[in-house]
Design a protein around this ligand. Structure first.
Ligand SMILES: CC(C)(COP(=O)(O)OP(=O)(O)OC[C@H]1O[C@@H](n2cnc3c(N)ncnc32)[C@H](O)[C@@H]1OP(=O)(O)O)[C@@H](O)C(=O)NCCC(=O)NCCS
Length: 190
């Protein structure tokens, strides 16, 4: 388990909400929407998911395997972004490379094509940054492909500050891309 601020925690046992969206643990009921979302061309190009292709069976295996392990061990949180009122699945946000010793972690996110343009990703990054701060993460990293304008817009709106780049980077998927690295103090912004 993770060592948070002096306490031992499993990641995100309670959901996060700003009243508009909710960030919560993924559930088996998200399988169809998650798989559908990962088939989107922009998600495939820019989200750098670890798997090339997702089926509902692969999703459920990962949910019971690597995703459950990461939440329990406190080093990886692959989460759902949902409408706070209806629980409609809007996308996914991940906290990974969690390093409690150095107080840093990285986040990545994607939103389903039908749910874009309503600031769901900005809200999710802000909620995860606030939550990460409570875990002792003082530096939250996000890497955006320099050609991915929507992602750069999200990071600007989430009040990131460009830390480095553009530079050749290696994504969690192992693919290389030219990217900008943004980082922000992970505390509340107001
Ligand atoms: C990047 C992404 C998460 C943005 O999510 P979002 O919740 O739609 O973000 P916002 O609503 O804040 O919109 C941000 C920008 O996205 C673009 N956008 C908005 N609606 C869009 C749509 N329907 N289709 C494509 N792009 C859209 C616009 O450039 C918008 O900026 P604007 O408001 O100045 O026009 C989403 O486009 C996505 O999932 N892309 C594929 C995966 C990805 O790039 N992940 C980021 C890796 S770091």
């Amino acid at each position: 388990m993770a060592e948070g601020v002096g306490v031992t925690v499993a990641l995100l046992e309670q959901s996060l909400t700003d009243g508009v969206i909710r960030v919560r643990r993924l559930e088996p009921r998200d399988a169809a929407a998650f798989v559908d979302g990962t088939a989107d061309a922009q998600v495939r190009q820019f989200a750098h998911l670890p798997g090339d292709e997702y089926t509902e069976q692969i999703f459920l295996e990962r949910l019971r395997g690597v995703i459950a392990d990461g939440l329990r061990d406190g080093n990886l949180a692959v989460l759902a972004v949902c409408d706070a009122t209806t629980d409609e699945f809007l996308g996914s946000i991940t906290l990974f490379d969690v390093d409690y010793t150095r107080g840093r972690a990285e986040t990545g996110f994607w939103v389903t094509s039908a749910s874009r343009g309503r600031s769901a990703a900005v809200r999710a990054v802000q909620l995860v940054a606030w939550w990460a701060a409570r875990l002792g993460i003082v530096k939250l990293i996000a890497r955006a492909d320099a050609t991915n304008r929507p992602s750069c817009v999200v990071l600007e709106r989430a009040e990131s500050t460009l830390a480095e780049g553009p530079a050749e980077q290696t994504a969690p998927s192992g693919r290389t891309f030219t990217g900008l690295t943004d980082s922000r103090p992970s505390g509340p912004t107001q």
